[in-house]
Design a binder for this molecule. Structure first.
Ligand code: SF4
Ligand code: MG
Length: 343
């Protein structure tokens, strides 16, 4: 399928406020939130980015949405590099790549109606229509797209008059108002009632098919990635550790961290519990590391049951893994898969 958005070597380091001791030693500290990340989003496909809180996955979404300036690396929309901030290409990018946030209440202004939010999105992107009749039709179409029917029941409501799921549908409608090619969905269902999560994920899947969108689905829940995403990438402590076809990654996880994530999932077949994963750090299997001084070598080595001597000193590159049967690639950044390594 067509590549829409690519990130190469994407890196974000945040400066840390310096204490007196650091001033005296002239040490400059940074948080290594994202390091050297490569990612490809394709039309008509959902790519999941899975990791526990603090793994840097939300930072990736914000970098791709241009809400943060990257420290290093390249972002390309349909092959064209997007420079950091400003200019026509940048504005076009911001229209084509839309973000959906985790908290649908915080992302909608409580003092304005749904009509206001959607009209504003359409106007910003020059899609409001030539007259009020066309605008009205465009507003109705947006609400129909997200299955809020009949539209007139919702248009003049305020956010607080809607349920969490309805609000998230409005946020999605607002993003669609820009006529995007890419949706970046950062934990779009994790704040919703368990009973309505699937409905929102199914809506996104339906939009992906009908509008041929590329969707980045960010989640801490690998079970929902298996259900919803075509491709799954796993992130740990600011680095990508495994990626490939979702079925392969979730059925035959290769990286010890991915295995830990899957063991922590309540039951991958219990879709009524989508988004209900307990984070591994709640289970006594160690803490995610500090990203101010991340572990050397493989960042997972302090928690890894398979760690070897070189793991603490040498960063593992991506090793390609045998492909199961559907011709999709599968890789893991782990020394276990180095040629000749004892498994
Ligand atoms: Fe474990 Fe070593 Fe693989 Fe890292 S590289 S996951 S420490 S075996
Ligand atoms: Mg987050």
């Amino acid at each position: 399928p067509d590549v829409v958005l690519e990130a190469e070597g994407l890196t974000k380091h945040f400066p840390v406020r310096r204490g007196l001791k650091d001033l005296l030693t002239r040490e400059r500290k940074v948080v290594h939130a994202v390091d050297d990340l490569n990612l490809t989003l394709r039309r008509g496909r959902v790519t999941a980015l899975v990791g526990e809180s603090g793994s840097g996955k939300s930072t990736v979404a914000r970098l791709l949405a241009q809400l943060y300036k990257r420290t290093d690396g390249d972002i390309r929309l349909r092959g064209e590099s997007v420079e950091v901030h400003g200019g026509r290409a940048f504005r076009a990018y911001c229209r084509r790549v839309q973000m959906i946030f985790q908290d649908p209440f915080a992302s909608l202004n409580p003092t304005h109606t749904i009509r206001y939010h959607l009209t504003r999105a359409l106007k910003i992107h020059g899609r409001a229509g030539k007259n009020s009749a066309e605008l009205e039709q465009n507003l109705r179409d947006l609400l129909l797209r997200v299955q809020l029917v009949p539209p007139e029941r919702y248009l003049d409501k305020f956010p607080h008059e809607l349920s969490g799921g309805q609000r998230q549908r409005v946020s999605i409608a607002r993003a669609l108002g820009a006529d995007p090619e890419v949706l970046l969905a950062d934990e779009p269902v994790s704040m919703l009632d368990v009973s309505i999560r699937l409905g929102v994920l199914n809506l996104l899947a339906d939009l992906k098919d009908r509008l041929n969108l590329a969707i980045l689905y960010i989640t801490h829940d690998i079970a929902s990635a298996r259900y919803f995403a075509d491709e799954t990438m796993v992130m740990y402590a600011g680095r990508m550790v495994e990626g490939g076809d979702s079925e392969t990654v979730t059925q035959n996880p290769a990286h010890p961290y991915t295995r830990l994530l899957i063991e922590s999932a309540p039951d991958p077949d219990r879709l009524d519990r989508v988004g209900d994963l307990r984070a591994p750090e709640d289970q006594g299997s160690g803490e995610p590391p500090s990203l101010i001084a991340p572990p050397t070598g493989c960042r997972f080595h302090p928690r890894c049951v398979s760690a070897m001597p070189k793991c603490s000193t040498e960063l593992p590159p991506r090793f390609e893994l045998p492909v199961v049967d559907n011709g999709q690639s599968h890789w893991a950044a782990c020394w276990l898969y180095e040629e000749g390594a004892a498994k």
